[in-house]
Ligand binder design. Sequence first.
Ligand code: UDP
Ligand code: MG
Length: 313
Amino acid sequence: MPCVYLVIPCYNEEAVLPETVSRLTKKLNQMIESGHADRESRMLLVDDGSKDGTWGLISRFCDENELVSGIKLAHNRGHQNALLAGLMTAKESCDCAISMDADLQDDVEVLDQFVEKFLEGCDVVYGVRNKRETDTFFKRATAQGFYKFMQLLGVDIVYNHADYRLMSRRALDALSEYRETNLFLRGIVPLIGYRSDYVYYDRHERFAGESKYPLKKMISFALDGITSFSVKPLKIISNLGILVSLCSIIGLLYALIAHFTGKTVAGWTAIVCSIWLLGGIQLLCLGVVGGYVGKLYSEVKARPRYRIEEYKK
Ligand code: UDP
Ligand code: MG
């Protein structure tokens, strides 16, 4: 029987945690009885520097419930880093770790299927959403646009898979070798390359509390994903530069003709428009390049990605 760790990042989740823990306790006990998990299995709650009573709750659960362990990060480092902290801690004791959200959006009933695939020899099992009916139209459209765009840029990510996945210890060891600061786990895990499979599930609505991914964070997460895995935007802007240069040759010809036919004053509009347009394009391109430079900056510094302040086993 495998030792299964459920790794759950929690940021200001006091509204939902009691329910999550009670449901997962029930589920884990079931799994232990049905032989899907051994008695050392547990859930590992990672408090990502919450500002509410999340850590208080977690430490209470650790004392009362032997199926619960908790980690407290010293700062809020974001979902991906919190997840990594949990996975890297779990790696020391588990045979496989399953990452899931604290808000019960990921269907806990399919946990057995994850473990079954693991027992069949898969090192990575991706949870894939069947449909996204519970998401708002906006979230669904932007998310699907994002997956399509990533594929267009040649990034290998699993369509409609968020961070509900199982990784074997061997896969976690491989993951630990990816030392990037700009962490985008969905892009890294497929790079590991071990045998993988999928489990399909219906995504529920958030049980309580509100989304910790407001639009702004969502956009920056998406852009982060793109620039961490693809340099195509750099190529696109070079091509844009070529295109604009070609256009400017046409403009030059027009200007010369206008000059020799004596219609020079009429060129004012064209000049003003092109100044604004070109200025805009240049700034945009500079911004894209700057985005990559900024990433290099944080990668080169290679600061620690998280710091564990407390670990309650
Ligand atoms: N989360 C985190 N740190 C953050 C933001 C979110 O650990 O800075 C956790 C959060 O507690 C939850 C998971 O990441 O368990 C997913 O967040 P959420 O459900 O709010 O995102 P959504 O499902 O709305 O995309
Ligand atoms: Mg959620």
